[in-house]
Design a protein around this ligand. Structure first.
Ligand code: HPA
Length: 272
């Protein structure tokens, strides 16, 4: 079956379950999981029930699509995202974005965890993405007939909405939260970077590094969605003083930053 027809079947199935005219799509990455507690849930569907949705890996059995309201806005939330490093292809990694677009969202909100390349940024700080560098070695637009979905040579002039970023910065300032704004570099992973790689990423102009978000945002831009993305910085990537990776600490730091991230997203949803 061709990609257009797959997407149509997926969308029809989800609509038949009562997902009516959502306005905003949200990808719950690290640092935003507890946003679920803020949703008045109307309906949820496990990814495994949705036709053509990527099949979950073992660690990812709980992925689901949630429909409900936050601040009186109708939202769809992807609880659980797909990464290239898990072996999914770029089409699969971005299938949820295409699905939410087909269901009618106009705006997309994304969160992730990232390492701080800019050494003025500290563990636990948040960073608004202003731009990105794709070092994942692939594009989610590199397939036959991509022109049926949008421009093949899509421009990447403003992948992150200036308008939404301005609003996000105003919210951060109202609540006295540190919110940097910088360039995110997406790498494939799953291994972390060598000292030489961190040094290179800094020289390239990256402020933060992570293993997600970039393919999702390329597709969102292709589909003309207004997008905002925030990273929680979980580790400091100093090539001259690199520490062994401590996953427990990364998770703890992401957890501590979560209330700040949730506040920003809720207030943004209220105003858009
Ligand atoms: N590198 C890549 N991805 C990451 C990092 C990192 O240092 N920290 C959190 N996600």
């Amino acid at each position: 079956m061709n990609k257009k027809d797959q997407l149509l079947e997926t969308t029809q199935y989800i609509k038949s379950k009562g997902f009516e005219s959502p306005e905003i799509g949200i990808v719950l990455g690290t640092g935003l999981g507890k946003l679920i507690n803020e949703i008045d849930i109307i309906k949820e569907i496990p990814y495994s029930d949705i036709p053509h949705f990527p099949q979950a890996t073992v660690e990812f059995h709980s992925g689901k699509l949630i429909y409900g309201t936050i601040e009186n806005k109708k939202v769809i939330v992807m609880s659980g995202r797909f990464h290239l490093y898990e072996g999914y292809n770029p089409w699969q990694v971005t299938y949820g974005i295409r699905t939410m677009h087909s269901l009618g969202i106009k705006k997309l909100l994304i969160s992730n965890a990232a390492g701080a390349i800019n050494l003025n940024y500290k563990k636990g700080d948040l960073m608004l993405l202003e731009d990105h560098i794709n070092l994942q070695g692939s594009s989610p637009l590199a397939f036959a007939n991509v022109g049926e979905f949008g421009d093949q040579f899509a421009d990447m002039l403003e992948p992150y909405s200036k308008n939404l970023n301005t609003q996000m910065k105003a919210i951060a300032s109202t609540y006295d939260l540190v919110l940097h704004e910088g360039t995110y570099v997406g790498v494939l992973g799953p291994q972390l970077e060598t000292r030489a790689e961190y040094r290179m990423l800094g020289l390239m102009g990256a402020d933060a590094v992570g293993m997600s978000t970039v393919p999702e945002v390329i597709v969102a831009k292709h589909l003309k969605l207004e997008t905002v993305a925030v990273s929680v910085l979980t580790d400091e990537c100093d090539p001259d003083n690199l520490q062994p990776v401590n996953i427990a600490e990364i998770i703890a730091i992401a957890g501590e930053a979560e209330p700040k991230m949730i506040l920003l997203f809720k207030e943004l949803i209220k105003t858009i």
